[in-house]
Design a protein around this ligand. Structure first.
Ligand code: UD1
Ligand code: UDP
Length: 370
């Protein structure tokens, strides 16, 4: 079996890293191609997990748009496919990279394995464009690795062949468990050392992230309003690593009040984010990955989106879907700060930390059969 793993953004890299480690452990023949749809944020992850790509398409341009990025991926990835002639291309998630790479493999008659398959809102405008990418990917993939039983059900309802769907848990939890374990055994880096100096242990730390396209403008402005309001409280400290997308940066930097207890940071490397999540009282975020990770630290995520495909966290009390109005964000935050909502507990519904091993087992079994 000859495998080509391809990814381009921070979350894909974090979730692909455990699979790469597992393929190395089992001595499987594989190569890694990165589109570099993200640059610095991708490099932070490659660095932490010591991943050296065999091919780096280096495609990110500032303030890129979806069509030109897609065109570049098709153009630059096709020669890699032609040269490598893999038996299988593995993609992860719902990004422009994941969809275009899968489509290019499909066009070349190469099998596609899709990790994190079956997540759905059935609303093509939210998350945009990710919901469309996911649905399209499920039409052309050969292996569908669903993180949860709910995701599996979505795929089966859509007519995906039962034998091609495998419930594995999310590889994000494998990555998180690794980061947690090394942090526990004393791992530190300069970002964590810096955070250690900034975080005030006497205050309730609120960790914030935001980047969704459908939240540009209105959603982000409401988020700023809510953070400025919450920042009036003497008992909170807000830490916000700001996504480098210029459309996000402009709104956040222009609309967040300058206050000692609201700290805007550069994107953090993965273990630093894990360190901060553990220290937080709760989280405000529109991120998919953050919704999956927070349960492992028994933290609540106030989800600043109208809909979410991560419904397991809602069901188990790990996340609260508030939409994007400042008043709802404030209301739920105050409830948590005032102790009306207790910290959630119980196993993480998104995975147990062994997803990469399960995925590799399936692939080995399938290719040995051929
Ligand atoms: C992308 C994904 C989204 C995923 C998110 C994770 C698509 C359509 N969007 O959104 O699904 O949830 O990544 O973060 O695939 N930039 C940098 N440095 C970086 C990364 C981004 O400067 O390391 C800036 C660049 O100006 C870039 C812009 O951000 O052009 C947008 O990046 P892009 O990948 O197109 O969109 P994201 O909003 O990051
Ligand atoms: N993350 C990180 N540093 C940060 C913010 C997030 O390492 O400053 C990690 C986070 O722990 C999660 C992933 O990035 O694993 C989520 O990425 P993002 O929110 O950009 O994308 P999404 O998951 O929404 O697609």
């Amino acid at each position: 079996m000859k495998v080509l793993l391809t990814f381009g953004t921070r979350p894909e890299a974090i979730k692909m890293a455990p699979v790469i480690r597992e393929l190395i452990r089992r001595k499987i023949n594989f190569k890694v191609c990165v589109t570099a749809q993200h640059r610095e944020m991708l490099d932070q992850v490659l660095d932490f997990f010591s991943i050296q790509p065999d091919f780096d398409l280096n495609l990110m341009v500032p303030d890129q748009n979806l069509n030109s990025l897609s065109a570049q991926i098709f153009k630059e990835f096709a020669p890699v496919l032609n040269m490598e002639k893999p038996d299988l291309v593995i993609v992860q998630g719902d990004t422009t990279t994941a969809f275009c790479v899968a489509m290019a493999a499909f066009n070349a008659g190469v099998k596609v394995a899709h990790i994190e398959a079956g997540l759905r809102t059935y609303n093509l405008t939210s998350p945009y464009p990710e919901e469309g990418n996911r649905q399209l990917l499920s039409r052309i993939a050969n292996f569908h690795f669903a993180p949860t039983a709910h995701a599996q059900q979505n795929l089966l309802k859509e007519g995906v062949t039962k034998e091609d769907v495998y419930v594995t848990g999310n590889t994000s939890i494998d990555a998180l468990e690794y980061a947690k374990s090394i942090l526990k055994s004393g791992y530190r880096n300069s970002e964590i050392n810096d955070l250690e100096k900034r975080v005030d242990p006497g205050l309730n730390l609120i960790l914030v992230t935001a980047h969704r396209r459908e939240n540009f403008q209105h959603g982000l402005l409401e988020l700023c309003k809510s953070l400025n309001y919450l920042g009036n409280r003497k008992d909170v400290q807000i830490l916000f690593p700001v996504h480098p997308n210029p459309k996000v940066q402009k709104i956040i930097f222009e609309n967040i009040d300058s206050r000692a207890n609201i700290v805007l940071l550069k994107p953090l490397n993965f273990p630093a984010l894990m360190w901060l999540m553990e220290k937080s009282k709760f989280i405000i975020s529109d991120s998919g990955g953050v919704q999956e990770e927070a349960p492992s630290f028994n933290k609540i995520v106030i989800v600043t989106r109208e809909v979410t495909e991560r419904i397991e966290g809602l069901e188990k009390g790990f996340s609260i879907l508030v939409g994007t109005s400042a008043s709802r964000i404030i209301e739920e935050s105050e409830q948590i700060l005032n102790g009306s909502i207790p910290d959630p507990s119980g196993p993480n519904p998104y995975g147990g930390g062994n997803a990469a091993a399960r995925i590799t087992d399936v692939l080995l079994r399938s290719f040995q059969k051929v």
